[in-house]
Design a protein around this ligand. Structure first.
Ligand code: N01
Length: 506
């Protein structure tokens, strides 16, 4: 997609990112008649993580009927868990249909945004020039910056090396010796695909995950026709999936023992696929189910049990020009090294590029406090900034699109309140923010993410879970359904509407 028109000098709302979050914000602002907005996107297309993660086997592990916008149901999903190209195509279709794309600027990266207290506006420098905006809606994503492993010598490797989220499609893996580092949600989708073509595959596992069977199936023609034509059927289907998923919440947040059926199913899945008792032992998780993301696959364990695969559990000590060396001193030669080692999640790179009211960047603020926001969306010292997929909005069991829609609803309510009451700026009070986060962290103590005996990317350097939401998603939506001005410092005089282009030109 391309839109090379120059940036306007000023807009009322600037949205950063054109993934599920930014696109949702654009569509809903337009629906509210808030048409004076711009979306800047560093990539060349909509899609966010679903544009970037093109590795073989990439698919969603939440059913597509739920992992899609509630306002844009799609009766044409081919499978219950759709593959990445289909999800990306869905997003492109929705973007095109929305009539908002004329306000998207692709290949335009946010370089820095600073709050100008006098003008009560965000001054945003992008790779395509400067734009000012009354509100800044950040939809940059929590899983957008690949994290390369910090392994001695990795930069000296002479073969092909790439991250799962930056797949190099020019590298043909057929007949090659390949290593995959990591056994998370990305790796378990990649490994079965690589195993099919590689001469040999080494899978470097630091922690064995729980893997449930993937109850995937193709939608038949009749079923698709029914979803398209029978009034309310698709909604009922989505609702059923939603409530089934919500049923996981007590096991995650109240009593991990409630998850025993899932644990039994995962261990049964392992026992069924892996006969070798020694391999099975190494693949058996040593923490409570749910502590790390529960994975789903029918092909991962069979791939690991194949004759051309070794599961290596000795710690990696270094990478040489030609292979990987483990603690036991063994060097395994490889042609290609794939790192499926996750993303920067608790130190989001974008936070270094946002400067608030006091002149501090968000990275500096969060270095002190840890990642924290009010209702996962607004942040003291950062007036009129709305962060989608912000702190403690992540889920281990359901669709992030649901969370995004709830947050966008909150942004709409905030903007309505600003328009009606002629607020120039809204900023959550430190007290309200503290109270919100104290409650979250109190709830967090009894969750499986804290008590389950694992280390995960949900936890920051201080062991605080600043990623996940420790309650039901309907509670989240309820709490964000209206704008609670009492929790905010609001500023007058009012510039509820951005100046017109004529006013700026004068
Ligand atoms: O990343 P991860 P991911 N040496 O951080 C290992 C979403 N997602 O890209 O467990 C050796 O989960 C690390 O080991 P350990 C989803 O939310 C969704 O797989 O920390 N190993 C781990 O095994 C998911 O949770 C879908 O001990 C090292 C792996 O690398 C999130 O993205 C699909 C290492 C990283 O796993 C991230 O998943 C895919 C090192 N130095 C992803 N460093 C859907 O289907 C790290 N590891 C929706």
């Amino acid at each position: 997609m391309s839109n090379n028109q120059p940036l306007p000098a000023t807009v009322k709302h600037l949205i950063v990112g054109a993934g599920f979050a930014g696109l949702c914000a654009a569509i809903k602002l337009q629906e509210d008649g808030e048409t004076d907005f711009l979306v800047v996107e560093k990539g060349s297309d909509v899609g966010g993580t679903w544009r970037d993660n093109t590795y073989p086997g990439a698919a969603c592990d939440v059913p597509s009927q739920l992992y899609s916008y509630s306002f844009a149901p799609n009766p044409d999903w081919s499978m219950s868990f759709s593959p990445q190209p289909e999800i990306h195509a869905y997003m492109r279709k929705i973007a095109e249909r929305s009539g908002t794309l004329d306000r998207f600027r692709f290949d335009t990266a946010l370089e820095h945004a600073a709050w100008d207290a006098d003008a009560q506006r965000w001054v945003v420098d992008t790779s395509a020039g400067r734009v000012t905006a009354a509100t800044l809606v950040v939809g940059a994503g929590g899983l957008s910056e690949p994290r390369l492993p910090d392994i001695d010598g990795i930069e000296r490797f002479q073969g092909e090396l790439f991250h799962s989220a930056r797949w190099n499609h020019d590298v043909d893996l057929t007949g090659k010796r390949v290593a995959v580092i990591g056994t998370g949600a990305s790796a378990i989708q990649i490994v079965p695909e690589v195993q099919k073509v590689a001469a040999h595959l080494d899978v470097y596992q630091r922690t064995a995950p729980y893997v449930l069977p993937r109850n995937d199936r193709k939608y038949g023609t009749l079923e698709k026709a029914a979803l398209r034509r029978v009034p309310g059927l698709q909604k009922a289907y989505r609702t059923a999936i939603y409530w089934a998923r919500e049923g996981y919440v007590p096991g995650f947040t109240l009593q991990p023992k409630l998850a025993w059926p899932a644990k039994k199913m995962a261990l049964g899945n392992l026992a069924k696929a892996v006969e070798d008792p020694e391999l099975r032992r190494r693949l058996t998780p040593t923490f409570e189910i749910g502590c790390k993301r529960i994975l789903i696959s029918n092909t991962y364990y069979p791939a690991l049990a194949s004759s051309n695969v070794d599961v290596v559990t000795d710690r990696i000590v270094r990478v040489t020009e030609t292979g990987v060396v483990t603690q036991d001193g063994v060097e395994r030669p490889i042609d290609v090294l794939i790192v499926a080692t996750g993303f920067f999640t608790t130190e989001l790179p974008i936070t270094e590029h946002l400067t608030g009211r006091t002149g501090r960047t968000l990275a500096e603020t969060w270095q002190e406090t840890g990642m924290a926001a009010y209702k996962g969306t607004t942040i003291p010292e950062f007036p009129n900034l709305f962060m989608l997929v912000g702190p403690n909005t992540g889920l281990g069991h359901s669709s992030m699109v649901f969370v995004i829609e709830a947050q966008v609803q909150y942004v709409r309510e905030a903007i309505r309140a600003m328009n009606t009451n002629r607020y120039a700026a809204v900023e959550p009070t430190p007290e309200a923010t503290q109270e919100w986060n104290a409650d979250l962290q109190r709830r967090m103590k009894r969750t499986v993410w804290s008590t389950g005996g694992c280390s995960s990317w949900y936890l920051d350097d201080h062991g605080r879970n600043t990623i996940l939401w420790p309650r039901t998603t309907f509670a989240f939506r309820g709490l964000l359904s209206s704008f609670d001005a009492a929790a905010y410092d609001v500023q007058a005089p009012v510039i509820a509407d951005s100046p017109t282009r004529e006013e700026v030109a004068r």
